[in-house]
Ligand binder design. Structure first.
Ligand code: F6P
Length: 563
């Protein structure tokens, strides 16, 4: 904490007061995107930006020419630029863990080695030392040079991890499926044995590689699942007569079929994984910010080096934009500030992310950890309470599925739900239905939804359709429901990296305004501790007696019904 300045209370800023007045004035005059578009023919061009192969249209947000300068002023008053620069420079902005926050170093180029020395470590040189080992290992597996214990090449990978050690890799793997040209990967995260059972089904251990991914290498789910996978591997190999029953044979099999990704390489060795087959990262990479570290090993196995390098280049393009672009044209800054605008001045409780691309179907789940584990906090980075609402709920679903499920609430419900729509011009699977391009039908939905949300449908328009008067209100769409459209050329590795970095920095911007440390996660600890205390209570009466009345009753139900 010594060198990190206390957060500025955003509500004490002149810009905050000005934003409150501005919001009151908008409410009084009436918020009308329809009128604002009509009054300003330049609105779309003023609020459109092209960054890192992505086109951003912010024009359907509830902002006027006055709003953005005030939001930017707020960012300046809370010291956003200073804190951003401190993050990129490796200052210990993660105060509660006294750590630097340097996920941005993971995508810096090799020739920059020596330019980021933090706590005595040449971060960029170390990043590339691990990357080179990963590329080399992945090439050996992909080419068939790396053999399992019985001499077979690897066809399947099982990646075991949870939270940041799972959500990023699985999301990117799903998103970039058309680019896979290596072994297929299955991801196991839940400690529910059903997850492992289903993922191992049909696999032959002789052609399977297991990657255990855990920053701490202590996470209950991951270590339990890793032991389970090891048991499956050894038992099945023995049953198949592929190895004998000696400890040496077991160690040899594990060495050929298990690799690890962790910051705790000593614990990896204790587990029995050869340190030569372990890929490290560092305490300055938060779990939810780690998909571009060694945590992405499964992706290099699936896609190969070149695509992973393009993926990193996408992150870098957004990092450079975030670092070097004036706040007024800085996309993560503008999107983060608009989120603050909605949370703190419109009382928005949630934010939808709606990808019009089936390959991005896990993106909302990935963003839930990134945003909510980062900004779901009630305490600021100096230990004082927050002064505003923080951390909105992020959620979403790939379009058009969401349209047939929850869009009703976004269009006509009583809550304001800002939404990001994400789509791509080109699809890897162009299809015609007769003469009709099906992707264009899909994109028409993307365009139609944001249009309906912004401009709505008036009572007169409904009446003109011959609707009975009593039913008119039910068919009116108020409009003025804010959306941002992100339109990419294609979902490439580069675009994927750019999208992830975009949301990382949006999260940072929001956290900075609220004064929270977006890089710790103490809120997940209590449940973990209690689970450890409760585990013996399934059988042990003394342990059960120590539980609260409700937990005891639930355990009693379990005991009575266990078969
Ligand atoms: O419990 C939350 C958490 O600590 C996340 O922040 C992290 O991504 C996840 O658990 C997994 O942790 P690890 O990579 O250490 O196994």
């Amino acid at each position: 904490m010594a060198t990190i300045k206390a957060p500025v209370d955003p509500t004490s800023c002149a810009a905050w007061k000005a934003l409150e007045d501005h919001k009151a004035a908008l409410d009084e005059k009436g918020i009308s995107l329809k009128d604002w578009f009509a009054a300003d023919p330049d609105r779309v061009s003023k609020l459109s930006f092209d960054v890192a192969d992505l086109h951003f249209d912010l024009s359907k947000n509830l902002v006027t020419d006055e709003t953005i300068p005030l939001l930017v002023q707020l960012a300046r008053e809370v010291g956003l630029e200073e804190r951003r620069d401190a993050m990129f420079a490796g200052e210990h902005i993660n105060t509660t863990e006294d750590r630097a926050v340097l996920h941005t170093a993971l995508r810096r180029q090799k020739n920059e080695a020596g330019t980021l020395i933090v706590d005595g470590q040449d971060c960029i040189a170390d990043v590339h030392e691990v990357l080179d080992r990963m590329y080399d290992f992945a090439e050996r597996v992909r080419s068939g040079e790396w053999r399992g214990v019985t001499g077979h090449s690897i066809k399947n990978v099982v990646s075991i991890g949870i939270g940041g050690s799972d959500l990023g890799p699985v999301m990117v793997y799903e998103s970039l499926k058309p680019f896979i040209d290596g072994p297929s990967v299955r991801f196991v995260s839940n400690i529910d044995p059903n997850d492992m059972a289903e993922k191992l089904r049909g696999l032959d251990p002789e052609t399977t590689l297991v990657i255990v991914v855990s920053k701490t290498f202590t996470t209950l789910e991951t270590i339990t699942n890793a032991r389970e996978a090891r048991t499956w591997l050894l038992d099945t190999l023995r049953e198949q007569g592929a190895i004998n029953n000696t400890p040496e044979a077991a160690a040899d099999a594990v060495a050929h079929h298990f690799v690890a990704v962790s910051t705790a390489l000593d614990l990896v060795a204790d587990f029995g994984i050869d340190p030569n087959n372990a890929f490290g990262f560092w305490s300055w990479v938060g779990g939810r910010y780690s998909v571009d570290s060694a945590v992405g090993l499964s992706l290099i196995l699936a896609f190969g080096r070149e695509k992973f390098e393009n993926f990193l280049a996408g992150f870098r393009a957004i990092d450079e934009h975030f670092l070097n672009t004036p706040l007024e044209q800085n996309i993560p800054v503008l999107m983060g500030l608009m989120n603050v605008w909605y949370v703190n001045f419109f009382n928005a409780e949630s934010h939808a992310v709606l990808p019009y691309c089936q390959y991005l179907h896990r993106f909302p789940a990935y963003l839930q950890q990134l945003t909510m584990e980062s900004n779901g906090k009630g305490t600021r980075w100096d230990g004082t309470p927050v002064t505003t609402k923080t951390g909105e709920v992020f959620w979403g679903e790939a379009g058009t599925n969401g349209q047939h499920a929850f869009y009703q609430l976004i269009h006509q419900g009583t809550r304001l739900i800002p939404a990001d729509f994400i789509a791509f011009v080109n699809t890897p699977n162009p299809t015609k239905d007769g003469d009709q391009d099906v992707h264009e039908v899909f994109l028409a939905n993307f365009l139609a939804q944001t249009k309906a949300l912004a401009f709505g449908k008036t009572a007169d328009e409904v009446r003109a359709e011959g609707t009975a008067e009593w039913m008119v209100p039910a068919r009116v769409f108020t409009g003025n429901r804010p959306t941002t459209s992100i339109f990419g050329k294609a979902l490439t590795p580069f675009a994927m990296g750019a999208l992830i970095a975009l949301y990382e920095h949006i999260t940072f911007v929001e956290g900075t305004v609220w004064g929270v440390n977006s890089f710790d996660q103490w809120g997940v600890e209590l449940g973990k501790q209690l689970a450890k205390q409760i585990t013996p209570a399934f059988d042990d009466d003394d342990a059960m007696a120590k539980q609260d009345a409700s937990t005891q009753a639930l355990l009693a139900f379990y005991r009575a019904n266990r078969v």
